[in-house]
Design a protein. Structure first.
Length: 121
């Protein structure tokens, strides 16, 4: 079982402004916030999502082939989260749509280039 998922940010406050509305829409709340990290936790999940500035002092950059995915119960949440991401300055990696019989998803990248998927299952 996963304990947490962590991604890097070049500007923590700017990234928080981008991700906070999406996390809130998905039912997450801030678990903790310190000068170098912000965590979001969902009340029904043990795993948390953490945004951090790299400890080594180097610039954050996305991993090739790395994606963070959140599952939701309704297609409307996929659509809303994707819209928030694009309106907030994210870039599309695939507009929401039916990908298979039981999978409706939308893909985007955040301000640092980290790739996300919001989907139903």
């Amino acid at each position: 079982m996963l304990s947490y998922v962590m991604i890097g940010a070049r500007d923590l406050n700017k990234s928080k402004r981008f991700l906070a509305p999406i996390c809130e829409l998905l039912g997450f709340h801030i678990g903790y916030q310190i000068s170098t990290q912000i965590s979001w936790k969902h009340p029904k999940q043990d795993c948390c999502f953490i945004l951090t500035t790299p400890i080594d002092g180097e610039a954050a950059h996305p991993g090739n082939g790395v994606m963070v995915s959140f599952v939701v119960q309704e297609k409307s949440l996929v659509d809303a989260a994707y819209s928030l991401a694009i309106e907030g300055g994210g870039t599309s990696e695939g507009a929401p749509g039916q990908r298979s019989k039981n999978f409706y998803g939308g893909y985007f990248r955040d301000l640092d280039g980290n790739k996300f998927c919001i989907h139903t299952s």
